[in-house]
Design a protein around this ligand. Structure first.
Ligand SMILES: Cc1ncc(COP(=O)(O)O)c(C=O)c1O
Length: 468
């Protein structure tokens, strides 16, 4: 049953949602997994506290989101998180939950990293305007210059700030369609580019849009798997853009390597399509460099690069569209039509302030050859685990602050995930590759959290090998 749910759903939290109403009685299970539920039950004996929790849950269910409350309930425990710090979340009972999700990748420096919260407070105290209607803001040029320099881009580039990753993807495709006059977009299978009606079309797994397909039928999107197929399709000269993630996290860490990037770049240039890389998740330190393209040693540059998540540390929504200047000028100077790519909250200087602080803190980490050493220890630990349990854990792929653990089956991955959750360790399953567990780490992920995670996975693998 779990297998089917995994195949059909998104990451594990979304998976949980679908699992509502199913038989999750064995969650919490035996052995270590049982420990949490038992201690939680003891703590809950305080009557007033129990009444408070119960009212909160009821109100959440009634006024906010019954489906989500039911889903969590089915998992056996509904933590109410009240505080987040570093790699930890704290619930109402002051239980520590170790976090390997990190706000879906946004909290590279950990939750509420003090230099970032301080930068945000400073920006608030400075009484900056929220936006700049009929004017410009002070921080945008500095952020643009710094990003372009850190991405080591050659030639002339611009950076335009938007609000969310999906908004940035849509903006990039607006530029592509309007500059080429073409109607089709080419996307790699397995990718994820957002959940708006438009970006949902860029996803080859149809379950994401089930029930509202009618909203997602306007754009013509084709999908490719390997580079040869991609280039064959590009040769039709029908595509405004090729859109790729250098690392497809949701597909279990599927990489587009430097040679593949070379060939696709050649195809795009030859057949007149823009080459767009979506680094909303993989960029700005996640994979050990400013972009996954740099981390993977790409020799070619795309035409547009999209960034978000880690750049504002989960504190404020902000996304960046880094675009070749000639393209952006052509778009913004078009006569007789709207040149706007943004929405009300785009370009907020609070986001710029935090992003500049993130870049200042990334610099020493990424320029120091030993900067990645703390992550290297955990990487080695995970490889050891794979060596010790080859019949359970078939592959570990580590990209500095991002790890993919591929198990023999989706059922086993799901079992590991549930045991981790029962032991207050938060992880996700890769929605498009449900046999793979994803660990999204903070730069300062503690040894305690890593050891706890290791222990639980080792326990489940050991049980699996004993079971035959
Ligand atoms: C690669 C990628 N692109 C785009 C998005 C959409 O970003 P947002 O959720 O900010 O709209 C995401 C979100 O997870 C993503 O991982």
């Amino acid at each position: 049953m779990w297998r089917t749910e995994c195949e059909d759903t998104a990451d594990s939290t979304r998976l949980l949602w679908i699992a509502a109403g199913n038989d999750l009685a064995h969650v919490g299970g035996v052995g270590k997994a049982a420990c949490y539920n038992e201690s939680a039950r003891l703590k809950l004996c305080h009557e007033g506290f129990f009444a408070f929790m119960s009212t909160l849950l009821k109100d959440y269910s009634h006024y906010v989101n019954q489906g989500w409350a039911d889903t969590l309930d089915a998992l056996g425990t509904v933590p109410i998180f009240v505080k987040a710090q570093g790699d930890r979340l704290y619930d109402t009972e002051d239980n520590v939950w170790f976090d390997f999700i990190g706000h879906y990748g946004a909290t590279l420096f950990g939750h509420n990293f003090e230099p970032l919260t301080r930068a945000l407070k400073r920006a608030l105290d400075a009484q900056l305007p929220a936006g700049a209607p009929l004017g410009i803001t002070t921080l945008a040029p500095n952020l643009a210059k710094t990003l372009i320099e850190r991405l080591q881009l050659r030639g002339n580039w611009n950076n335009w700030t938007l609000s969310t990753g999906a908004e940035a993807v849509e903006a990039a495709l607006k530029i592509a369609v309007s500059s080429t006059g073409r109607r089709k977009i080419l996307v790699r299978r397995g990718a994820f580019h957002g959940l708006t009606a438009f970006t949902l079309q860029l996803n080859d797994r149809t379950f994401w849009r089930k029930g509202y397909e009618v909203l997602t039928e306007s754009v013509l999107v084709d999908f490719f798997d390997d580079v040869d197929e991609g280039n064959q399709l590009l040769a039709s000269e029908h595509y405004a853009a090729l859109l790729v993630e250098p690392v497809q996290a949701i597909a279990g860490g599927r990489i587009l390597n430097a040679d593949e990037a070379d060939r696709l770049r050649t195809g795009c240039t030859r057949y007149g399509s823009l080459f767009i890389t979506d680094e909303v998740f993989s960029g700005m330190g996640r994979c050990g460099d400013y972009s996954a393209m740099q981390a993977l040693g790409w020799r070619v540059e795309p035409d547009i690069i999209l960034l978000s998540k880690t750049l504002t540390g989960g504190l404020i929504p902000s996304a960046q569209l880094v675009v070749r200047q000639a393209l952006f000028n052509a778009f913004t100077c078009r006569p007789g039509c709207s040149k706007l790519l943004s929405s009300t909250f785009s370009g907020n200087p609070l986001g710029h302030s935090v992003a500049l602080e993130v870049l200042a803190h990334l610099e020493p980490v990424l320029s120091d050859p030993e900067g990645n050493l703390p992550q290297a220890h955990f990487t080695a630990q995970l490889s050891e685990l794979a060596k010790a349990y080859p019949t359970s854990l078939v592959n570990v792929l580590s990209l500095t602050n991002l790890h993919f653990l591929r198990f023999t089956t989706a059922d086993l991955a799901s079992e590991v995930w549930r045991y981790l959750h029962a032991n207050q360790i938060l992880t996700t399953i890769c929605s498009h590759q449900p046999d793979t567990l994803k660990l999204i780490c903070a730069l300062g992920q503690t040894t305690e959290s890593q050891d706890r995670l290791y222990e639980v996975i080792e326990y489940v693998c050991e049980e699996a090998s004993n079971a035959g």
